[in-house]
Design a protein around this ligand. Structure first.
Ligand SMILES: [Zn+2]
Length: 58
C-alpha cells in the first residue's frame, strides 16, 4: 500500500474511533490515514456519480 498523497509506504495499524476501533493504513511520512470504510465510501461516491440516476437507498 502506498500513500496517494506522497507515495511513501503505509503501515497497517489499529485505530480507535469514538465508538469502535478499526484497522487502517497510516502513512509513515505524512500521516495520511486510509481505512476500509473511507475506501468503500470513495468507491461508492464515484459509482454514484457514474450511475447518476440510480439511487436505491430510499
Ligand atoms: Zn503520505
Amino acid at each position: 500500500m502506498k500513500c496517494y498523497r506522497c507515495g511513501s509506504g503505509m503501515s497497517y495499524e489499529k485505530f480507535y474511533g469514538l465508538y469502535e476501533h478499526f484497522w487502517g493504513w497510516r502513512c509513515i511520512y505524512c500521516g495520511e490515514i486510509v481505512d476500509q470504510m473511507i475506501l468503500e465510501n470513495r468507491l461508492q461516491i464515484r459509482a454514484d456519480q457514474i450511475i447518476g440516476l440510480r439511487r436505491g437507498r430510499r
